[in-house]
Design a protein around this ligand. Structure first.
Ligand code: FES
Ligand code: FES
Length: 226
């Protein structure tokens, strides 16, 4: 495979990729960082931070919940979090703003684009429409939880191999929906069934052909597990 030039890095610029500040296209698939606009220190999560998160078993909010708040437990990417959140807090906002898991994107915020897709107990949902306290006790997987260290999930690897993204804003949602459908025995394996299952994920760049090719190539490499 011939690696394409990193479009986030202007030609002739110093190699700052190794510093962890500028995401490579491969790390982009691990964390769902969004293109040039998101290639900043504030939204990029270095490997060292993620590794620390994975080795920390519990993170607690200090104290009892305040007025209008609820205390909830979420297992996110295998890590248990105990949080106090407003009763009307949206799951997507809790993940992005409280847990700094910014790989899951907010697109339409109305359940129509699929950019916010993640897995709850293995089922793909639109997290922008989901109240966080309704997921007390649930197990959540986001794009940051798919890879095993440096090893990309087969679907991430397939998106890489098939260049299945352009701006990348939709990509984490596309990948999470793809993982869910490939684990769902009730969804057919033909192209039309995959297109139908992915119809809730909009790609404004029109990368649908490559996304479909990536999903089909990932089939059979997943071993039946997320
Ligand atoms: Fe949730 Fe668009 S941001 S569906
Ligand atoms: Fe740009 Fe899908 S790659 S919106």
């Amino acid at each position: 495979m011939t690696e394409t030039r990193d479009l986030n890095k202007p030609e002739g610029s110093p190699d700052v990729e190794a510093s962890g500040v500028i995401p490579s296209r491969r790390n982009f698939l691990k964390f769902g960082v969004s293109g040039i606009a998101a290639a900043t220190v504030s939204t990029w999560i270095p490997d060292s931070v993620v590794a620390a998160q994975l080795t920390t078993e519990v993170i607690d909010d200090e104290g009892a919940p305040g007025a209008g708040e609820r205390r909830i437990q979420l297992t996110v990417n295998g890590q248990l979090h105990k949080l106090n959140v407003p009763a009307n807090a949206i799951l997507l906002d809790v993940l992005r703003d409280r847990l700094q898991l910014t790989g899951t994107k907010k697109g339409c915020d109305h359940g129509q684009c699929g950019a916010c897709t993640l897995l709850v107990n293995g089922i793909a949902i639109n997290s922008c429409l989901s109240i966080a306290m309704q997921h007390d006790g649930d197990s959540i997987t986001t794009i940051e939880g798919l890879s095993q260290g440096d090893d990309l999930h087969p679907v991430q690897e397939a998106f890489w191999d098939h260049d299945a993204y352009q701006c990348g804003y939709c990509t984490s949602g596309q990948i999470m929906s793809a993982v869910a459908l490939l684990n769902d025995p009730n969804i057919g394996t033909d192209d039309d069934s995959v297109k139908e299952a992915m119809s809730g994920n909009i790609c404004r760049c029109g990368a649908y052909k490559n996304i479909l090719a990536a999903i089909q190539s990932a089939r059979g490499k997943m071993g039946g597990t997320v």
